[in-house]
Design a protein around this ligand. Structure first.
Ligand SMILES: *[C@@H]1O[C@H](CO)[C@@H](O)[C@H](O)[C@H]1NC(C)=O
Ligand SMILES: *[C@@H]1O[C@H](CO)[C@@H](O)[C@H](O)[C@H]1NC(C)=O
Ligand SMILES: *[C@@H]1O[C@H](CO)[C@@H](O)[C@H](O)[C@H]1NC(C)=O
Ligand SMILES: *[C@@H]1O[C@H](CO)[C@@H](O)[C@H](O)[C@H]1NC(C)=O
Ligand SMILES: *[C@@H]1O[C@H](CO)[C@@H](O)[C@H](O)[C@H]1NC(C)=O
Ligand SMILES: *[C@@H]1O[C@H](CO)[C@@H](O)[C@H](O)[C@H]1NC(C)=O
Length: 409
């Protein structure tokens, strides 16, 4: 009973979190669907998953090419991953409406594209020059292909200043770097986590069973912040002292049930929920902050810095960090006061989604029991009261702390 409630609730929360990723509300697929001349371009944005990335961006310009122009690109027979690189060169990380394009300072500017932001582009290959040429023409030239000077602005398809601009350009931007063959991304989380620097963390995930929650999150997107082997070693004495549920929560705290590209992390500041989050009382969140290219993760107890990227290919991102993230919920023993839980309406739908997604795993059973929170439905709240699961865990945590403290003294 308690286990299934916990599962339903955690899955419901995952569902809510995944919904909240499209904050801006623009939908490039829908925008382009109104224009049959761009159906091929639109199709490739979808199958390369670039559409998701575009929808998540706050400020963006999409340079669409029509079906005729796309056919020459398709004729090259590029792999999907290479196609993604080429098309990501057509997405600028800045807003360029028609007016701004025709008023480029000093007649020329260089803009970073999503190809640059993914980190796939070597050097500055992910930049595109925009030139306001004579006769009102605006030219687009990839940084690594200066000879392409005949690709021009055709028309504006949609302008939503300063969120999204969709324009038509006359031809595909050709970049030797973007078109270079790329290996298909490895989407096997198990093998990815065993790559350089993450092995110790992976071992903890498997020994605790927390790996199951990570694996079941892959489909909806997942970001893993993997403390490097040194960080895990340095943390070992503290880790040993945790109870099994605390270990699980600590490990789940290093996963986010949403894919976050490096570009997204660098352009976002704010709270991030984790796989350990269970509503208002077990927030298990941390703050993402960036300065320049550095991204830090701040809990109330520790600040870690991202020091490497193991993989950044939707739907999986894995970054190495220099410290184990210590949640306040475990390391300060802070238990927030009970808040009344207003019942949201979407209970039935959430349950249906939870059912569809699935199965109860060992680590779900081990994870801390549910607490009352804003996110819970009537049914769930009733279940909790019946099982009393929510009341017990904080008490257990506090008692464990008191106990360790006594032993320590
Ligand atoms: C965007 O629009 C398409 C077509 O209308 C739809 O299938 C898709 O679910 C939408 N995506 C999001 C994130 O709303
Ligand atoms: C669609 O493409 C055709 C052929 O390139 C062109 O004649 C037509 O004007 C385009 N339609 C729109 C709405 O851009
Ligand atoms: C741009 O996005 C913000 C929220 O991110 C929204 O408040 C604003 O209305 C949007 N602008 C337009 C023109 O849609
Ligand atoms: C994923 O990788 C692990 C370890 O390398 C391997 O045992 C497993 O079979 C792989 N799974 C799939 C679906 O390829
Ligand atoms: C772990 O607990 C033991 C005894 O409970 C205590 O002596 C030790 O200092 C603790 N270690 C850490 C790193 O908290
Ligand atoms: C969960 O999956 C296992 C095997 O993968 C299966 O035996 C079990 O019946 C499933 N449980 C539920 C509740 O679906």
């Amino acid at each position: 009973m308690q286990t299934s409630t916990a599962t339903v609730i955690s899955l419901s929360i995952l569902f809510l979190l995944s919904l909240s990723t499209t904050v801006n509300g623009h939908n490039i697929t829908r925008i382009l669907a109104k224009h049959p001349n761009f159906s091929t371009f639109n199709h490739y944005l979808t199958i390369t998953r670039l559409a998701n990335e575009i929808n998540r961006r706050q400020t963006i310009t999409v340079c669409a090419v029509d079906n005729a122009a796309m056919s020459s690109l398709i004729a090259k027979g590029l792999s999907l991953q290479t196609m993604k690189n080429v098309l990501s060169l057509h997405v600028f990380a800045d807003y360029f409406g028609s007016k701004k394009l025709h008023q480029v300072t000093k007649g020329s500017t260089s803009t970073a594209t999503m190809y640059q932001a993914t980190g796939e582009a070597p050097g500055t290959a992910g930049y595109v020059h925009i030139t306001d040429a004579k006769g009102g023409k605006v030219r687009f030239t990839p940084e690594d292909n200066p000879s392409q000077t005949d690709t021009v602005y055709v028309k504006s398809i949609l302008e939503m200043p300063y969120n999204i601009s969709v324009i038509q350009i006359s031809a595909v931007l050709q970049s030797p770097e973007a078109e270079a063959p790329t290996a298909a991304p490895d989407l096997n989380l198990t093998s990815l986590l065993q790559r350089d620097g993450c092995q110790s963390f992976y071992d903890l995930l498997t020994s605790s069973g927390a790996i199951g929650t990570f694996l079941s999150s892959v489909d909806g997107g997942v970001t893993v912040f993997c403390p490097g082997d040194d960080a895990v070693a340095a943390f070992a004495p503290k880790y040993k002292n945790l109870t099994a549920p605390e270990k699980t929560s600590l490990l789940l705290y290093h996963g986010v049930p949403v894919y976050n590209s490096m570009g997204m992390l660098r352009s976002s500041n704010g709270l991030m929920n984790t796989l350990a989050t269970e509503g208002a009382k077990k927030k298990y969140d941390f703050t993402v902050q960036n300065a320049g290219n550095d991204v830090t993760l701040k809990t109330k107890v520790v600040t870690a810095t991202i020091i490497g990227t193991v993989t950044d290919d939707e739907p999986i991102a894995i970054y190495t960090i220099d410290k184990v993230l210590m949640p306040r919920e475990i390391f300060k023993g802070v238990v927030e006061a009970d808040e009344p839980a207003p019942a949201p309406k979407a209970a039935k739908k959430k349950k249906a989604v939870a059912k569809k997604k699935g199965n109860t795993t060992e680590d779900d059973a081990e994870a801390p029991g549910p607490d009352s929170s804003d996110d819970y439905s009537d049914d769930d709240a009733a279940d909790q009261t019946a099982s009393g699961g929510g009341r017990w865990l904080p008490a257990t945590v506090v008692m464990t702390f008191c106990f360790s403290w006594l032993v320590f003294i």
